[in-house]
Design a protein around this ligand. Structure first.
Ligand SMILES: [Zn+2]
Length: 277
């Protein structure tokens, strides 16, 4: 028998797909009968690598009910970010880091509290780290660098798995910029990260539906995310800049090192970190 793709089966039998599981035998208009494989992606444990961070503590019995998305603000790999989290002196971490390739690294087990959101509040509850899982997405966060399809796919699958595992409602998928206090303190995830598409795709997966196709944006040919700069604003310190950019005041010495001899003044243009050493 000919196996046709989901697209056809779903269009004809959308609601049956949910009730009947992965393989159904429909009768098409005109009387043709066939077996159709429904390829709505199953929610499975994602493949991941572990680079565990010591920067975590217990949840004190508080249940996980929120997932917070971040961008890393750096062109470096997920492994490089995970190594920074591995340093106890960095005092930061997240549960997962998703590389541009779609590789997923786990840095903190879900049952522990990772240190990703800082001062934060969600649904009138302070200290979002207590009840959330943090996912860092590798992207420089300049609203230009595209989020590749493999990466977005990995974020959706990981988030769907976590939502299913911990019973996180879709309404509790959020971004650092939406929970940071004071409001406006953080800008991740960047404007060109289509969080509505990601939330909807997770919702589709939880309902057994195939997510809509993802449209990848293109950066201009001359675009080079390793050449990004930061312009100093009034009141900035090295620590506040490192916190703003990388969620990590502890990245201040590294930032200073690549900007030697510079005194911070409003308007001063700084080089940004390309990676953690
Ligand atoms: Zn963040």
């Amino acid at each position: 028998m000919t196996k046709l793709k989901t697209v056809i089966a779903l269009s004809i039998l959308g609601s049956l797909a949910l009730a009947c599981g992965p393989t159904i035998t429909p009768t098409l208009r005109g009387g043709t009968t066939g077996t159709f494989s429904l390829t709505a992606p199953a929610i499975e444990p994602p493949k991941l690598t572990e680079i565990l961070s010591p920067n975590s503590n217990g949840r004190d019995g508080v249940a996980i009910d929120t997932i917070v998305l971040h961008h890393t603000a750096m062109p470096s790999t997920a492994a490089n970010i995970a190594k920074f989290f591995q340093d106890p002196k960095s005092k930061v971490s997240s549960h997962y880091v998703v590389d541009r390739t779609g590789e997923i690294i786990r840095c903190v087990p879900d049952d522990l509290r990772s240190w990703h959101a800082g001062r934060s509040s969600f649904q009138d509850r302070p200290n979002v780290n207590n009840f959330s899982i943090g996912i860092e997405i590798c992207n420089v966060g300049d609203n230009i660098e595209p989020y590749p399809a493999a990466q977005v796919d990995a974020v959706i699958r990981l988030t769907a798995w976590l939502a299913k595992t911990h019973n996180v409602p879709v309404a509790n998928l959020t971004r650092h910029r939406d929970v940071a206090i004071p409001a406006g303190r953080k800008n991740d995830t960047s404007d060109n990260f289509d969080q509505k598409y990601v939330y909807k795709s997770v919702q589709d997966m939880l309902a057994g539906r195939r997510p809509a196709a993802y449209r990848v944006a293109k950066a201009p040919a001359s675009y080079d995310p390793t050449k990004l700069t930061y312009t100093v604003a009034p009141g900035d310190t090295w620590e506040s800049i490192a916190d703003d950019l990388y969620d990590a005041p502890t990245a201040a010495p590294a930032l200073r090192q690549i900007n030697p001899g510079i005194t911070l003044r409003p308007g001063t243009v700084l080089k940004r970190l390309v990676s953690y050493r």
